[in-house]
Design a protein around this ligand. Structure first.
Ligand SMILES: Cc1cc2nc3c(=O)[nH]c(=O)nc-3n(C[C@H](O)[C@H](O)[C@H](O)COP(=O)(O)O)c2cc1C
Length: 483
């Protein structure tokens, strides 16, 4: 008998901005990206995606403008194409979307570099309560100097140091979410008391970067710790992911290039005592699908014709930190000795997967990034795209995909109309949520009752279970005193 096929996780990748990985596309007549500040738009999108059984809407977020290109600190190339600017905070819209739906999850990006853990823990507990346990935190350490400057720094905190801070940050949030309120502090409160005062305790965290006495100001939410997503692929990023993430978001040009990252994360997770296959890995892709390969290619060309090239180069500047504005239009970066090695290596990487003879100058780079950013693009009929997705799962060992859009909601509507039926026909995508009305963690992991962190997750160390006088972690004394 043949093995049952791996069921795919499918997310919609979005941003609360008129443009995400599609600078300029707000000008395309069908695009509704400019409605990002209308709550009814988000509620309707959530309902549409839930009807199609998407696992989650996953919101990227940034805290500054892409101002490196033709910079420094220049947003002129960024603003005309609405290149991730302006951008609203995604968290506020989640309760409204949750009220309009019952099973779809909501991933929200938030940075460990610019907000205190006490504040973030409160916000996520609030939204986890109001969404009935359907929120995920995409933990990022951020990458834009423009954000750093707006938070009062001259430049960003050094890369690996940001991850060291993030480790301690997570420890603080675990203590607040898992170890500050006993599981039954509210449900088994003494008569006449809202909660059991003996079931709420200080966390007294005193670390290198944070001092947080607690207690957590919110009562326990369904998931306690929101489902934890992570995106970041440096060595420090992979170690962080293998330690903390329950799901990981990777970008990659080809399945072959993504595989080593997947292997490395799963191997490290195993070393940390976690089940490597329990970590869900999703790849970011742009899918343009239509009845036939020809129609899909025509659609892609049409969409790309609305793209804003300057915006694409601004994205490149923000992501890489390098300003291509300094170079001539037709200079090929593969052979340019004066270009930073990181730029040459990035461009060589793309060139190795594109037709021979392509010149890699600013125009090609802009066209390469204009739709779908730095993720792979699959353009074709339902069969072509589904074949390629199957190949990704096999070659890259990923568990699913974050589908970005060229035009919203059209790209998702095309996926719903053309691709999902083909995936279902092949037994690759569910007909309904594993746990309708359940929490995000239950639906992501496909197991009813899996609402809390698993026992092998580092956050589980901080659980304060019913019946325990104090949580087990707090019994470990520091300097002879209880923590
Ligand atoms: C696929 C992917 C998506 C990301 N999305 C965001 C995002 O929405 N907001 C953000 O600030 N950083 C985002 N990041 C950046 C990372 O979280 C991280 O801060 C950055 O990549 C630097 O870490 P690294 O060197 O380990 O990749 C993303 C990274 C990847 C790989």
């Amino acid at each position: 008998m043949s093995q049952p096929k791996k069921q795919l996780i499918i997310n919609a990748f979005a941003m609360q901005a008129p443009g995400h990985l599609n600078p300029g596309l707000f000008k395309y007549p069908a695009d509704k990206g400019s409605k990002y500040n209308d709550i009814k738009y988000w509620m309707a999108l959530a309902q549409k995606l839930e009807a199609a059984k998407f696992h989650a809407i996953f919101f990227a977020d940034v805290l500054g403008g892409y101002d490196v290109y033709k910079g420094p600190a220049n947003l002129e190339p960024t603003i005309p194409g609405a290149t991730q600017f302006p951008i609203n905070d995604p968290l506020y819209s989640i309760p409204a979307m949750a009220a309009a739906t019952s099973s779809i999850g909501f991933g929200v990006t938030a940075s460990t570099t610019y907000e205190s853990p006490y504040m973030l823990a409160r916000k996520f507990s609030t939204v986890d309560q109001l969404s009935n346990g359907r929120v995920a935190w995409n933990i990022v350490t951020s990458y834009l100097d423009s954000a750093a400057r707006n938070f009062g720094l001259d430049t960003q905190i050094e890369h690996d140091e940001r991850y060291r801070i993030a480790h301690e940050y997570l420890e603080v949030t675990y203590k607040l979410w898992e170890g500050s309120w006993r599981d039954d502090a509210v449900t088994a409160a003494p008569k006449g008391s809202y909660a059991d005062p003996k079931g709420v305790r200080q966390i007294n965290h005193k670390g290198k970067h944070f001092t947080v006495p607690g207690p957590h100001i919110c009562e326990p939410s369904p998931q306690r710790t929101p489902f934890l997503f992570q995106a970041g692929t440096s060595s420090a990023g992979k170690k962080f992911a293998a330690t903390h993430a329950e799901a990981i978001f990777l970008n990659g040009h080809t399945a072959e290039l993504v595989r080593p990252s997947v292997d490395s994360i799963r191997a490290q997770a195993k070393d940390f005592g976690r089940d490597p296959q329990s970590i869900k890995i999703v790849a970011g892709l742009l899918v343009i699908v239509a009845e036939t390969d020809e129609k899909a290619a025509e659609k892609f060309e049409l969409l790309a014709s609305y793209g804003d090239r300057e915006g694409a180069l601004a994205l490149f500047g923000g992501w890489s930190g390098y300003d291509l504005g300094k170079y001539d239009d037709d200079q090929d970066f593969r052979f340019l000795d004066t270009a930073p090695p990181a730029v040459r290596s990035m461009v060589n990487h793309w060139a190795s997967n594109s037709p021979q003879g392509t010149k890699w100058n600013k125009k090609t780079i802009a066209e390469h990034l204009i739709l779908g950013g730095n993720g792979a693009k699959l353009i074709g009929s339902p069969k072509t795209v589904a074949d390629e997705l199957e190949r990704w799962v096999e070659v890259a060992d990923v568990d699913g995909f974050n589908f970005s859009y060229a035009s919203v909601p059209e790209t998702f509507e095309d996926i719903i109309e053309h691709l999902l039926p083909e995936l279902r026909r092949r037994g690759l995508f569910w007909d309904d949520y594993a746990v309708p009305g359940g929490t995000l963690r239950e639906n992501y992991l496909g197991v009813k009752g899996n609402t809390r962190l698993s026992d092998t997750h580092p956050g589980a160390k901080y659980f304060w279970k019913a019946g325990e006088e104090i949580p087990a972690y707090a019994k470990e004394s520091v300097n002879g005193t209880l923590q």
